[in-house]
Design a protein around this ligand. Structure first.
Ligand SMILES: [Zn+2]
Length: 591
């Protein structure tokens, strides 16, 4: 039987549990959880670090399952006492990691089976978690290292160190190289120690995380849109290689910014073959005195696009040529402008509102995953629609007719019908979703969410001034001014009116239920349940924020399988829907 990777697949939890080593206390002078003597206030103002495991994917962990019975009485006693301190529900954060030896073993097995090899532990770990079939994930030698919890306020602890000790005592594996540092000099010393000894560790790390130890201070420091203010990552120098720069492409982005991208002779860096690297902007090209044909030092850190650090000047042969910087938009030939006051002044922009390249990127963004996520309208399809003059702006998407699509090369009636249905389904977006899709400069998903929380409708946004936007915690002057520019433009008004006339309506943001444990999960039943009636089960699912479907579709996340299941079971297996037995469902509904 298949179970997906999900907090609601108890079998997966138990598989991990089996791999977790017995609890060990970290080397720390601070008090253990449950101790009546809390760490003193001065103790808590320490820096705390943990290494960043490189072969890892950060993922929230399932709440701890009950410990299996052990013969060791002392150990059992410790586990039970730490469980008695536990809240009913605990959201544990951590990283899934693949050790170097596990990675080698995995690749050895793949080579034997004639499968493609993984480039590095990080990709292998991330790829393992993306598997739809959890039996594949379970077969990979993954480890889970816990480093935090969603909300520590219900726990009787005051510091990060105590939190780790508690997690370790509960049975979670924690990274054993955490240290408490009393000052910045100690932090730097430990950074160098880790950098020097990193290759002796059983897993790859690419840096360390520095955290404020005192949880009360963490709370006071709070968080920015994407990251907490009380934690910062310090990365080691990244993997580097030398190769030849054979060309430079200038790409026009959604906001008109022109970005140079270097074409390279393919080279392996940190286990990955690299043939393109960012040059950031033209000032960087000048500052580094890069020339076509240069041997260049490139660097790759994490999953980001590699960058060119510098030319290797002593390898020059005299036939290298200057990189010609465009003064006109490579797409629409409009003169490019550099504006003072830009966050990055060196960015040259095409300001032509009708620039084909920008329009294409903007349309692709609107239909893409960061936008309204209209199935079947990927960037390539959008390009085809624009080339065939079917789509020129966003409202045109809603004007598409099935017969127009069906007549295009590579399309049929069925695919045309599906895309038209997907477009119709995108007529009722949430406000935040639409704002992110419109591609307003500086306004990403997080800002869009903030705006939707403060403004009930598009009309309110159109009427707001800069000072209204600046009142929102998390929105800066650049965002505020960009919003005013966008909403006060005649083109925007015209577009929004057109969208409304075409039937686009904002659907109300139903926040209720988002905190409930089954929010976003859709259950479907097949077969007979023995411990409760279907109606009882359905009522409980709804109480916990879940939904119940009556027919199988892509929306269904879980199929509950009773005795004598029907045809839905085979269908669900085909669609990789998580399949639950009645016992699994009872565990879930007991939460
Ligand atoms: Zn242009």
């Amino acid at each position: 039987m298949k179970t997906g990777f999900s907090p609601w697949a108890p079998r997966v939890v138990m598989a991990w549990w089996g791999k977790i080593s017995p609890p060990t206390w970290p080397r720390s002078p601070l008090s253990r959880p449950g101790s009546t003597a809390p760490a003193s206030a001065s103790d808590r103002r320490h820096w705390f670090r943990r290494p960043i495991a490189e072969g890892s994917s950060e993922a929230p962990a399932p709440a701890p399952a009950p410990a299996p019975a052990r013969s060791d009485k002392q150990s059992r006693g410790r586990r039970q006492s730490s469980f008695s301190l536990m809240p009913k529900r605990l959201d544990v954060r951590g990283e899934v990691c693949l050790s170097v030896s596990g990675f080698r073993e995995l690749n050895r097995r793949r080579a034997a089976a004639g499968l493609a090899l993984f480039a590095n532990p990080r990709n292998a770990a991330a790829g393992s978690l993306r598997q739809l079939d959890s039996t594949i994930t379970a077969a990979r030698p993954l480890q889970f290292f816990a480093y935090g919890v969603g909300d520590a306020s219900s726990l009787a602890i005051g510091t990060q160190t105590e939190l780790l000790a508690m997690l370790a005592a509960t049975g979670f594996q924690i990274i054993p190289h955490s240290r408490v540092c009393l000052d910045l000099a100690a932090v730097i010393a430990h950074f160098h120690f880790l950098a020097d000894s990193r290759h002796e560790l059983p897993f790859e790390i690419d840096g360390m995380v520095l955290k404020v130890n005192d949880l009360a201070q963490q709370k006071r420091l709070g968080a920015k849109a994407r990251s907490p203010r009380w934690a910062v990552a310090a990365k080691f120098a990244a993997a580097q290689a030398v190769t030849r720069l054979i060309g430079v492409d200038f790409q026009v982005g959604r906001t008109g910014a022109v970005t140079p991208v270097g074409r390279l002779e393919p080279v392996k860096v940190g286990g990955v073959t690299v043939s393109r690297a960012t040059l950031h902007n033209e000032d960087e090209i000048r500052r580094k005195d890069l020339r076509l044909g240069d041997m260049v030092l490139i660097q790759r850190a994490g999953e980001v696009i590699p960058e060119i650090i510098k030319p290797v000047v002593k390898k020059r042969q005299g036939n290298e040529t200057a990189i010609k910087l465009p003064t006109k938009c490579p797409a629409c030939a409009m003169p490019l402008v550099r504006k003072a006051g830009e966050v990055v002044r060196a960015v040259r922009r095409c300001e032509n509102p009708h620039c084909a390249a920008q329009r294409l990127q903007a349309l692709g963004h609107f239909c893409g995953k960061a936008g309204l996520d209209i199935k079947g309208l990927g960037q390539k399809v959008v390009e085809q629609l624009v080339q065939n003059a079917l789509v020129n702006d966003i409202p045109d998407i809603y004007r598409l007719q099935p017969q127009q699509l069906a007549a295009l090369a590579g399309w049929g009636e069925k695919s045309a019908k599906n895309v038209i249905a997907a477009i119709a389904a995108a007529k009722h977006p949430k406000l935040a979703r639409l704002l992110a899709a419109l591609g307003i400069r500086h306004v990403g998903e997080v800002h869009a969410q903030l705006l939707a929380q403060h403004f009930p409708s598009l009309t309110h946004l159109q009427q707001a001034g800069e000072e209204d936007f600046l009142k929102i915690d998390g929105l800066g002057p650049a965002v505020a001014s960009s919003l005013v520019t966008f909403f006060s433009s005649a083109a925007t008004s015209k577009m929004l009116i057109a969208l409304r006339d075409l039937g686009l309506r904002i659907s109300p943001d139903d926040d209720r239920g988002q905190d409930r444990p089954l929010h976003g999960q859709v259950f479907l039943f097949t077969g007979t349940l023995s411990h409760f009636s279907r109606d009882e089960a359905k009522a409980r699912i709804k109480e916990l924020g879940g939904q119940v479907a009556t027919t199988i579709s892509r929306k269904v996340t879980h199929l509950v399988c009773g005795q004598k299941p029907g045809a839905k079971l085979a269908k669900a297996q085909e669609m990789a829907i998580i399949i639950l037995e009645e016992a699994d469902l009872r565990t879930i509904l007991a939460s």
